[in-house]
Design a protein around this ligand. Structure first.
Ligand code: NAD
Ligand code: ZN
Length: 248
């Protein structure tokens, strides 16, 4: 079965996206030369961020320069909005932290790895807007502290090695086992537990369509694999109408 045939049979689609859906918006993916792993010059652990002001200063400068502040959603994001408006999206799960699905018009979006749009104080838990913290950096603070208690301000993203929010994981797993097709786009499927959602959906009987420029470890369980840019493949796939099957 090819990807178009799989889409034609799909009324309840759970979508799983990764950094590859935002590269055409100018946001580098994880493994690109400008990706977040390399933008800091080296790997850093959350513990370093919490205890070392020099690490925080580097991270705040990188956040200020992050391409997501000027990026616009692209054809891949808009295609998924169209699929949702057609009433065919069971859930949109994303590993991205850039908010571009929401900016395009998708709602709700399950953000598996959190969002770069918010801050939270590591000491008192006070929530805040990343834009407010970045305004302070622009105004000259190199390590803006929590306005409530003076503690360390973190982004509301999930760092490597940190646990995902259990409620988010629960809703992602239920969406994976309760769909007739999982549409995977722009992710290397190397990061767990997000990648495992694909195997979960396949075992529950869903068709799996993987749209990615490179091979992934889950290509073997996929019903169909589509290479090439998601800015082209997703608009083509969402345009495939549902074919009625059986008595209605
Ligand atoms: P990844 O970088 O590991 O994989 C991206 C995949 O998308 C790669 O296999 C690449 O070949 C493919 N790709 C890139 N551009 C594409 C395009 N236009 N069309 C088709 N395929 C394309 O990203 P991941 O799997 O999401 O995992 C990386 C982690 O880093 C995630 O946890 C994510 O939270 C984080 N991250 C987020 C962003 C963002 O929010 N935009 C950006 C970088 C990293
Ligand atoms: Zn605080």
């Amino acid at each position: 079965m090819d990807a178009r045939e799989a889409m034609a049979g799909a009324r309840r689609v759970t979508v799983l996206t990764g950094a590859g859906v935002s590269t055409e918006s100018g946001i580098p993916d994880f493994r690109g030369p400008e990706g977040p792993r390399t933008s800091l010059g080296r790997e850093f652990a959350v513990a370093d961020y919490l205890t070392d002001a020099a690490v925080r200063r580097v991270v705040w400068r990188a956040r200020l320069r992050h391409p997501m502040w000027t990026a616009e959603p692209n054809a891949a994001h808009f295609a998924l909005v169209d699929l949702q408006r057609a009433g065919r999206v069971r859930a949109l799960l994303t590993q991205n932290v850039d908010g571009l699905h929401q900016r395009a018009g998708s709602s709700p979006v399950v953000e598996l790895h959190g969002s770069l749009a918010g801050t939270v104080c590591a000491d008192c838990g006070a929530p805040g807007a990343m834009s407010a913290a970045l305004d302070r950096v622009r105004a000259g603070e190199d390590d803006p502290a929590c306005p409530v208690c003076g503690g360390v301000l973190c982004a509301t993203t999930v760092a490597f090695g940190q646990e995902l929010d259990p409620g988010v994981v629960r809703s992602a797993r239920s969406a994976a086992v309760d769909c007739d097709l999982m549409l995977v786009a722009g992710t290397s499927l190397l990061v767990e537990p997000a990648a495992g959602l694909v195997g979960l959906a396949a075992r529950a009987g869903a068709a799996v369509v993987i749209c990615n420029r490179e091979p992934t470890p889950y290509d073997g369980v996929a019903t169909a694999v589509v290479r090439g840019p998601v800015g082209e493949s997703l608009p083509e796939l969402v345009a495939v109408p549902v074919v009625a099957s059986g008595p209605v």
